[in-house]
Design a binder for this molecule. Structure first.
Ligand SMILES: [Zn+2]
Length: 814
């Protein structure tokens, strides 16, 4: 939950400004950037800036050039006409409007220059208004000496208009007291506002297809405002929206609005609440920090800055409130400047009583979501989620590029993952930690005791220990719960989580549907680990020279069987290939053109530790040394898992009772502890559910109603934890432990459970002792499928366990 900074603070530097006559101008030229401008005590325009990666500049500096301006009467107007561009305007001492500009590639213009034309304006009473109605466009407005509103414009393609011109119509305004307010509510649109001589607010507009309105017109309603002291503030909170604000004659802030679909509100109305403001000296500042949001600011009668807000879902705040902190400002001379440097952020500026510029901020959301690979609803695809820990606001770019390198531009550009990309969704959550880098812990390996720790204030509190014996990484006390809570809020369903730690280390751990890894781990290691997590594949390497003496392993890509006719990958072995085929290499003579990665035989050594007694399909596979593609046997096992998710399928999938149209499914977090099943949590997920039609070896689950199977799930890595590491950075291999408390996810179509007697719903869990090579027979219960070698782990009917409220009420529904 975001909150306002605890207090205002002065911006860095020695520069001071004229508290009585100057106001700060603030603009954001690109997300994460802030640029401030103020006429300095030397008549030059001064600036300072913020960007998210380097923070505030160390001090203010004068813009290049000789031009000086009227410190007493003029304020800078600034706008960004395109990302990375800044354009500044001010009435010069010759009464012409002057400009200078910045762009990210060329920097600042060498000096200010007067805009083309003969038109001159009132230096002592007028201020220029500027707005950009489209990329590369600038439109300027000012009340002319004839009391009409004048304009000039820039387009990137044609440059500046030859001169200023009066806007069409007869309407005249108060040159001495009023300034134009201008906004663009949608590309190609301009809307102007000013308090008219009749004390009503008047408007005119432009759009690219129809040009200027024939004349100005008063906005609907009876409300009148103080022509001599007040100025209208206007903002667009969304395309086609306009919201106007002004301090009314009763000292409350009044508003009116336009929507493209409904037109103008019938009249102005006071905002909710008791707060009143100084009609004679204060003007409202308004900004939209994100679509559908409005935030208003004004110096209150207690000299604190007050705020109120609107959002489209909740409406107006009940009243205005003072921003946190002790700082007070000069009510009689100062105005707040407000800007949003990125969606959800607010930054405020004002000249303080010490003549320095002060600021406070709303930090924006701690969490945001981006769907990097979006192939459909979460339940219709194998949805992967990546979340970072120890990435502060300034680290988010680095986090994003790490996610790209590992996943989007990493595994998803490779063999199986690239070929089956349409079966996946990839969701990135950006989570801001307060501090950069995760906590660390160092163990003494001889005693197993912790010898040192560093603590970092991160969102999840995850820890990097860099120790193979301790799985390289470990959770903090709340890591698992915080992850679950966050995912429940943002990603209602997912199969695999990547928790990326901001630490340069080289090892991580997997299991239970999660991979936790630091930044030193590369995409090829992740591609290998996903072979375990999604395909229940075995390692094909051997780091030790042990002899395997166990029974036939359950995984599809290792075997003890040397009988060609009964070999589980027999169909991939050419009749001309000898069985066994070799050990670390083909037993000579190796056939010409033999492909070590794609040509299948029977090679001795595998399952991490064993050089004899166990065999693998190829000389070198991704399950052996990470970088090569999956061998044909591994690729087939992986593809069997993703095949049902490749195309859009009807809700329910081919093997389970169909879902009613529009129905979603229940996602249940199930725990298996000491043979006892419990349902920890259940929530409804909208959209279609596609179920697997092929199981993997390892833990599998089944839900049946009246002895008919309605849901099935494979949980390849639910019951083990294992470490992994970047090759060359550690002892190698996996450190494996069996999880004491196994948790996994069971998904059941809503239609299969609605109004069903809990005694008729059975949840069963099995250990599948071999990797089935063929799809399941539709609807037949697992125990009745003759080819499956199952060992029952636990089974309950839903009347025997405590049910989460969501599930209980679904079962009770008619
Ligand atoms: Zn393989």
């Amino acid at each position: 939950m975001s909150t306002w900074n605890y207090d205002w603070f002065p911006l860095p530097g020695q520069a001071v400004f004229d508290l009585n006559q100057q106001h700060v101008t603030a603009v954001s030229r690109a997300p994460g950037n802030l640029d401030l401008f103020v006429v300095g005590n030397d008549g030059h325009v001064w600036s300072t800036y913020w960007n998210d990666s380097s923070g505030w500049n160390s001090d203010w500096f004068p813009l290049p050039g000789q031009a000086v301006f009227d410190l007493e009467h003029q304020h800078v107007a600034a706008v960004s006409r395109a990302p990375g561009n800044l354009d500044l305007f001010i009435v010069g001492n010759d009464s012409h409007v002057w400009s200078t500009y910045w762009n990210d590639s060329a920097g600042w213009s060498a000096d200010w220059f007067p805009l083309p034309g003969q038109a001159v304006f009132d230096l002592t009473t007028q201020q220029v208004a500027v707005v950009s109605r489209g990329a590369g466009d600038l439109d300027l407005f000012i009340v002319g000496n004839d009391s009409h509103v004048w304009s000039t414009y820039w387009h990137d393609s044609t440059g500046w208009s030859a001169d200023w011109f009066p806007l069409p119509g007869q309407a005249v305004f108060d040159l001495e007291h009023q300034h134009v307010a201008a906004v663009s509510r949608a590309p190609g649109n301009l809307d102007l506002f000013i308090v008219g001589n009749d004390s009503h607010v008047w408007s005119t507009f432009w759009n690219d297809s129809a040009g200027w309105s024939a004349d100005w017109f008063p906005l609907p309603g009876q409300a009148v405002f103080d022509l001599t002291t007040q100025q209208v503030a206007v903002v667009s909170r969304g395309a086609g929206d306009l919201d106007l604000f002004i301090v009314g004659n009763d000292s409350h802030v009044w508003s009116t609005y336009w929507h493209d679909s409904t037109g103008w509100s019938a009249d102005w109305f006071p905002l909710p609440g008791q707060a009143v403001f100084d009609l004679a000296t204060q003007h409202v500042a308004v900004v939209s920090r994100a679509a559908g949001n409005l935030d208003l600011f004004i110096v209150g009668n207690d000299s604190h800055v007050w705020s109120t807000f609107w959002n489209d879902s909740a409406g107006w705040s009940a009243d205005w409130f003072p921003l946190p902190g002790q700082a007070v400002f000069d009510l009689a001379t100062q105005q707040v400047a407000a800007v949003s440097r990125a969606a959800g952020n607010l930054d405020l500026f004002i000249i303080g009583n010490d003549s320095h510029i002060w600021s406070t901020y709303w930090p924006g959301p701690d969490v945001s979501m981006t769907r990097l690979i979006d192939n459909g609803p979460f339940g219709s695809k194998v949805t992967m989620v990546v979340v970072g820990d120890g990435f502060a606001v300034a680290d988010q770019d680095n986090y994003n590029s790490s996610v790209d390198a590992l996943l989007t531009n990493g595994i998803f550009t490779q063999d199986f993952y690239a070929a089956n990309k349409s079966a996946f969704n990839l969701v990135r959550l950006n989570v801001n930690s307060n501090q950069s880098g995760v906590s660390t812990k160092t163990y003494d390996d001889s005693t197993g005791k912790v010898v040192s720790t560093t603590t970092s204030d991160t969102y999840f509190g995850a820890i990097y220990n860099g120790d193979w014996n301790h799985f390289w990484v470990e959770d903090g006390p709340n890591t698992a719960k915080l992850l679950t809570d966050l995912l429940n809020q943002w990603v209602p369903d997912y199969r695999l989580i990547f928790l990326l730690l901001n630490n340069p280390g080289f090892g991580g751990s997997g299991g239970g549907g999660r991979l936790t890894l630091p930044l030193g781990v590369t995409w090829s290691t992740v591609a290998h680990e996903c072979g375990h997590a999604l395909g229940a594949l075995a390692d094909e390497y051997h780091l030790e020279n042990e002899a395997y003496t166990g029974s036939e392993p359950s995984q599809p890509n290792v075997t003890i069987n040397t009988d060609r006719t009964k070999l589980k990958w027999a169909s991939y072995v050419a009749t001309t290939t000898p069985v066994p085929t070799g050990n670390d290499d083909y037993t000579p003579p190796k056939p010409k053109g033999w492909d070590d990665n794609q040509d299948v035989g029977l090679f001795q050594g595998g399952s991490a530790d064993y050089s004899t007694g166990i065999y693998r399909p190829v000389i070198n596979c991704r399950m052996n040394s990470n970088t090569p593609p999956f061998c044909p046997v591994c690729n087939a096992a992986m593809s069997a898992q993703t095949k049902p998710y490749l195309l859009a399928r009807p809700a329910g999938g081919p093997n389970v009772s169909p879902n009613a149209p529009g129905d979603g499914y229940m996602r249940m977090d199930v725990s298996l502890q000491n043979g006892k099943l419990s349902i920890l949590e259940a929530h409804e997920v909208q959209g279609p559910l596609v179920q697997p039609d092929t199981l993997t070896n390892g833990l599998v689950s089944e839900v049946s109603v009246d002895d008919q199977r309605v849901a099935v799930g494979a949980h390849p890595d639910a019951s083990v934890s294992h470490s992994f590491q970047e090759p060359g950075h550690g002892p190698g291999g996996h450190h494996i432990s069996v999880r004491q408390n196994v948790e996994f996810v069971v998904r059941v179509p809503i239609g299969a459970l609605r109004g069903v007697d809990p005694a008729k719903v059975t949840l069963s869990v099995f250990e599948l002792q071999e990797h089935p090579s063929t799809p399941l027979s539709p609807l037949v219960r697992l125990a009745e499928q003759p080819k499956l070698k199952l060992a029952s782990q636990s089974s309950v009917t839903l009347d025997q366990v405590e049910l989460p409220a969501t599930l209980r009420s679904l079962l009770q529904k008619k």
